[in-house]
Design a protein around this ligand. Structure first.
Ligand code: SF4
Length: 299
């Protein structure tokens, strides 16, 4: 295959994968929503879970997005230094967003700032967002695809705490945000908390926390304890599915942390809504692919 043919093949697979992510939730989210529905005792909340399930079923059957807000596309790429299309990947991802927008179709969500017009293509200046990590001695590429909806993006916030505020300050920050903005994000939510030195490191950690599977635990014992305490605390607010009350409000809390400057605690929050559309696809150097996040699907 020539480079041009390889590029076309990768664009075609990626556009189909983006479409899949728009109409089928990953298996960890599907399983958690099922569990929450079965445990729910509030009759209205139970009906909401049943409606979500029906919505998902129809979206998959009809191959139509599971939510009208198909979000701004974000890609988190871990690319081997020897992956043959490393130099073409950025244009492949942009073109595949355009192709999927036309073919799925996806709602147009890319408004040029200051000029205030919608490009109508889901691509614009800096959109889709592509975040890179280069891996040594590898010829594979792992791509997380995420659809960042407006409602679930709204609670996002980052700040830097005084060191004396400690981890209690982290909990206060997260709970303040969830009590004021949690409702906007279509619960039950996956809450991503990032901890690091500064706003940008904490913000990136909080987004990466949303890529971690529902039900996974932070490998650090204290961080895992904070995940559980935050989950219990936010559930106690009683938002319930779609904010209409219910026994649980969350799919979980994932904390991702990196080392920090001794004088600062950077903290950020990002939320994923019940329609948490993320998917992970891995290509080898021959463009054979595996999808880890979804079960029993074909592109
Ligand atoms: S928060 Fe999620 S489910 Fe609600 S409208 Fe936005 S993308 Fe759709």
């Amino acid at each position: 295959m020539t480079k041009v043919q390889e590029k076309e093949k990768l664009t075609d697979i990626m556009s189909k994968f983006i479409s899949l992510v728009s109409y089928k939730l990953p298996k960890d989210v599907e399983n958690k929503l099922k569990e929450l529905k079965e445990e729910e005792t509030n009759p209205l909340a139970k009906i909401i879970y049943e409606t979500m399930e029906e919505n998902q079923k129809l979206a998959y059957e009809l191959k139509r997005p599971s939510c009208q807000d198909t979000g701004v596309l974000q890609f988190f790429v871990k690319c081997g230094e020897n992956f043959p299309l490393i130099g073409q990947l950025e244009s492949v991802l942009r073109n595949s967003v355009y192709k999927s927008t036309q073919e799925t179709p996806l709602r147009h969500n890319s408004v040029e700032t200051f000029d205030e017009y919608n490009t109508g293509e889901n691509i614009g200046k800096g959109t889709p967002s592509i975040f890179w990590e280069i891996e040594e001695d590898s010829d594979k590429v792992e791509i997380y695809t995420y659809m960042a909806g407006g409602g679930c993006t709204l609670p996002g916030m980052a700040t830097v705490l005084m060191p004396g505020e400690g981890y209690e300050g982290v909990v206060k920050f997260v709970l303040d945000r969830m009590t004021s903005y949690g409702l906007n994000a279509c619960p039950p939510l996956l809450v991503g908390v990032g901890i690091g030195t500064s706003v940008e490191t904490a913000a990136m950690n909080s987004k990466m926390a949303l890529m971690r599977p529902v039900g996974s635990k932070n490998p650090n014992e204290n961080a895992a304890k904070m995940e559980q305490l935050l989950e219990d605390g936010i559930n106690a607010i009683g938002l319930g599915p779609q904010g209409l009350k219910g026994s649980k409000s969350l799919m979980g809390v994932n904390v991702v942390n990196t080392a920090r400057h001794p004088s600062t605690i950077g903290v950020a929050i990002n939320t994923g809504c019940w329609s948490h559309r993320r998917g992970k696809i891995t290509f080898d150097s021959n463009l054979n692919y595996e999808i880890d996040t979804h079960e029993g699907v074909k592109l």
